[in-house]
Design a protein around this ligand. Structure first.
Ligand SMILES: Cc1cc2nc3c(=O)[nH]c(=O)nc-3n(C[C@H](O)[C@H](O)[C@H](O)COP(=O)(O)O)c2cc1C
Length: 352
């Protein structure tokens, strides 16, 4: 079997089985990295050997984070956690998608199946599951302590609608729980559903501002990154940045683009109750690159110094370099790295 049949997350298995039995493929071994020369750079008060890593999601727990650190991903985001246990959607959680034209940001209808061909694009549909803090806190702490000099762990979190009377309180509580693990950096996932008119939380600027103030009041001294979706509209993006850029430390963009995944019979591929899925991987690289360019341009024009983490469709070392040339201070790969776990090593060998 070729390498692409061995992603480190197995899409055929349930989330719980991946959590318990994974990671898979080459992530079960340690690579020989003795000949690597490292050249650390500054990243939000930390040193990282290469500003490249894996964003929130595929690193389900400490075992996955440790494997990614061994495979030279120097910025590893521990999967988004919540203040309480939250169930995962049933299978399927990961299907390959095959857009027959450039994907738009307008919820295209796209064929989804189990032909995981490269370069890979997938729809992922998990519902951001989480274990209780008494499970993930000690596990995250262990992962944080495993990182070598030049490597850093980011703790990703989100609030849960209805968990408390105000979502901002739940975001702040999640940030506090992560802070207790010793993770040096925080990332708030805002590309999740919102109540009311704005379909994603990050498009509701007033609410985001309240959330960020609540987090900063609770954990004032830890750098905070906001995970953003693709903004179609510069007017909204610029209003967002005017309000949020002065009070946070970085932006990570993008999360998935939404589509309607269908099977060969035209039915909802994720099941009737899940007509919409998020696409990640190769098909969204254009959108990630575009967001990085827009963030970079805005930052240059506004004398701000937040960091920009570019995410979306990175499958090769060239994609990493393109994102960097567009202004990303760091780059991450989820889908690309899942199917090509040696990606960080490939970038390091080419870079040296
Ligand atoms: C399996 C999987 C799970 C994900 N879960 C999360 C998550 O829990 N929180 C989050 O902010 N993003 C999540 N994402 C989105 C990624 O962090 C990333 O933004 C997106 O996949 C685009 O990057 P890519 O094209 O390299 O996959 C997930 C992605 C994948 C593939």
């Amino acid at each position: 079997m070729s390498n692409h049949n061995h992603p480190f997350y197995n899409p055929q298995l349930s989330y719980e089985d991946n959590y318990k039995k994974g990671p898979f493929g080459v992530f079960t071994k340690k690579p020989d990295t003795s000949s690597l020369l490292q050249n650390p750079v500054h990243f939000l008060g930390c040193n990282v050997n290469l500003p490249f890593g894996i964003p929130a999601g595929p690193l389900l727990n400490g075992k996955y984070v440790k494997a990614a650190l061994d495979w030279e991903y120097d910025i590893c985001v521990y999967k988004t956690v919540r203040t309480k246990k939250y169930k995962c959607h049933p299978l399927p959680n990961v299907l390959a998608v095959h857009p027959d034209h450039k994907l738009s940001a307008n919820i295209d209808t796209v064929l989804a199946d189990q032909n995981y061909d490269l370069p890979i694009s997938i729809t992922n549909s998990f519902g951001v599951p989480s274990f209780d803090p008494d499970v993930w806190q000690p596990d995250m702490e262990e992962a944080v302590n495993y990182a070598k000099p030049g490597q850093v762990i980011i703790g990703s979190f989100q609030g849960t609608l209805g968990a408390t009377s105000h979502i901002e309180k739940d975001y702040a509580e999640a940030a506090r729980l992560i802070d207790e693990t010793g993770a040096p950096l925080l990332e708030a996932n805002l590309s999740c559903p919102n109540e009311g008119v704005n379909n994603l939380l990050c498009f509701d600027i007033n609410k985001v501002e309240r959330i960020v103030h609540a987090i900063k009041n609770t954990v004032p001294d830890k750098p905070l990154i906001l995970k953003l979706a693709y903004f179609k509209d510069n007017t909204l993006l610029y209003s967002f940045l005017e309000r949020l850029a002065p009070i946070v430390n970085g932006f990570c963009a993008i999360n998935t683009l939404s589509i309607r995944p269908i099977n060969a019979h035209g039915e909802c591929a994720l099941g009737k109750d899940r007509p919409i899925g998020g696409v990640c991987g190769n098909a969204i690289r254009w959108a990630g690159e575009e967001m990085v360019s827009r963030l970079y341009e805005w930052r240059a024009n506004h004398n701000e110094n937040f960091i920009i983490i570019g995410v979306g469709g990175v499958n090769t070392p060239e994609h990493y370099h393109t994102y960097r040339s567009l202004g990303a201070d760091a780059v991450m790969s989820a889908t690309g790295a899942m199917w090509n776990p040696a990606l960080a090593l490939q970038i390091k060998k080419i870079a040296q």
